[in-house]
Unconditional design. Structure first.
Lengths: 255, 255
């Protein structure tokens, strides 16, 4: 492998920097991942790597893993790495990775799917993906204007969990109609989730940060659920609410 | 009131800008709050206001509330407001507020207290305060190196909930020794919180973002608890974990 390690060229720098913009990510169908933990996770995943820019010590430490990947390997200094990505500090690696195809899936019987209706903040989306991974929810479906999965802030906030979920963007109404399963929607005036007794599977649906679940999707919600409040805060952040609902549904799930 | 409205002076600008730094907040024992919702909440709270810098329309809309406060009122433009605080956009108000005294309290019988051991990120602390308020947990105790309550990012992330909680910074070991109540500590290898049966009151203790609960506090934990994972994520963010634990404890609480 050592023979094929290249040095960082101006064109490569320009190419990687272009991937900070959605326009170029969509055009190239590639995105980037940075930091030791996330890059190791993506090397271990079924994502296909195009480029791996890494420090000598990262290359040395992960030699076997890198050899088994398809990536072109480029050695760079910490300073060079920090000029490529979004991290203030990066002494390990940055990978350029091919996107997966946005293909829908059938409803996975006996499981929960997490649905997001217009969650716009990349940090929230990333945190939600990490939560889904914690709770073993492997499948997610997003409305078309939900934040972009491959946004660097989303990828960063997932802490590597982006490698372990399936997802697609779609018209949620059509998807829910086709699936014909229970859709548990998070509302401020639904049934207290602590009073639910048994659940087996279905969609857990979360809405937009400001407006909640949109009216045109609300009609497809079969069960409106609410996290009980005991104090005076008006709401919970959508990622926080997702975690609390997933925790309750997994606790109540009858296999 | 209208007679006493002043214009923004250079000295006031300088004073408010100094409050971005902890050093000056500590020296003056004041902090600032910005944005319509939070400023209205602080006007409605028992915090004592020193200054209220606000747009004409905010002053007009909240006239009665402002008249009942002790604040010196200064009228300013949106642009001036945006130059004072941390918000990119602020068309309403910024308040300079006196800190409360850091006084300890006795353990509130029959309730939960949230304890934080070295939670360092201001956004996490603010989100945790909002969660405590949602779950009706009014009392919090922080280790001495937990993030500063009056940091502008903390205040902002609480979404107004900072007005509704009591807190103090202390040596947690001494505090827990004096209180002599159950301390439920969040660990990755504790008892599954879904399997707890009944709880009545005690401390819910969360640890540092990277290192969890420190060893020297661990000895004061009476019950190690864990959020069950069903997937492969290694951990949950501390604010997310706080919400899930509070949700479980409030669900299980026997009055």
């Amino acid at each position: 492998m050592a023979e094929s390690i290249r040095m960082l060229s101006k064109n490569t720098v320009k190419f990687i920097k272009s991937l900070h913009q959605k326009k170029f990510r969509v055009q190239e169908r590639m995105f980037f991942v940075e930091g030791e933990k996330s890059v190791v996770e993506v090397l271990n995943s079924d994502f296909r790597l195009e480029l791996l820019v890494a420090t000598e010590s990262f290359i040395h430490k992960n030699n076997r893993l890198i050899n088994s990947s398809s990536a072109h390997v480029i050695q760079a200094s910490q300073k060079q790495l920090e000029g490529l990505g979004q991290y203030q500090s990066n002494d390990s690696a940055l990978a350029v990775v091919h996107m997966k195809v946005n293909s829908s899936f059938d409803f996975p019987e006996g499981e929960f799917v997490l649905g997001l209706d217009e969650v716009r903040d990349p940090g929230n989306l990333g945190t939600i993906i990490r939560i889904a991974d914690w709770y073993g929810i492997k499948n997610l479906v997003f409305s078309e204007h939900t934040a972009e999965f491959y946004n660097p802030k989303v990828i960063q906030s997932t802490m590597g969990s982006f490698t372990r979920v399936n997802f697609f963007y779609a018209d949620l109404r059509r998807t829910f109609q086709a699936w014909n399963v229970p859709v548990y929607g998070a509302f401020l005036d639904g049934k207290n989730v602590h009073e639910l007794r048994q659940v087996s599977s279905g969609v857990i649906l979360m809405g937009n940060e400001s407006n909640g679940i949109s009216d045109n999707i609300g009609g497809f919600v079969t069960d409106r659920v609410t996290i009980p409040g005991f104090g005076q805060a008006e709401s919970l952040n959508v990622a926080i609410a997702t975690a609390v609902l997933c925790d309750n549904f997994k606790r109540l799930q009858v296999q």
